[in-house]
Unconditional design. Structure first.
Length: 75
């Protein structure tokens, strides 16, 4: 697919079709990591703010372990 760089206000950019955004699983307001490679190729990677449940449990356990004394004093 070939896209054209266009003038958008005082900037330049391109418009992504809904099909591309759906395939990337992103929507208006979502963040993407932009990587420019030495060849000039650009990679867009959706930034996910959601972590897996097992990772959340692990993170919570680490926080509790690191702050064990504080939690004991607060209880």
């Amino acid at each position: 697919m070939v896209k054209e760089i266009r003038k958008i206000g005082n900037s330049k950019g391109m418009i992504f079709d809904a099909a591309i955004l759906d395939a990337m699983k992103v929507d208006v307001g979502d963040k993407v990591e932009v990587t420019v490679h030495s060849s000039g190729a650009v990679t867009l990677t959706p930034v996910s703010n959601v972590i897996a449940e097992d990772q959340a449990v692990y993170n919570a356990e680490q926080i509790i372990k690191a702050n064990d004394e504080l939690f004991k004093r607060l209880s």
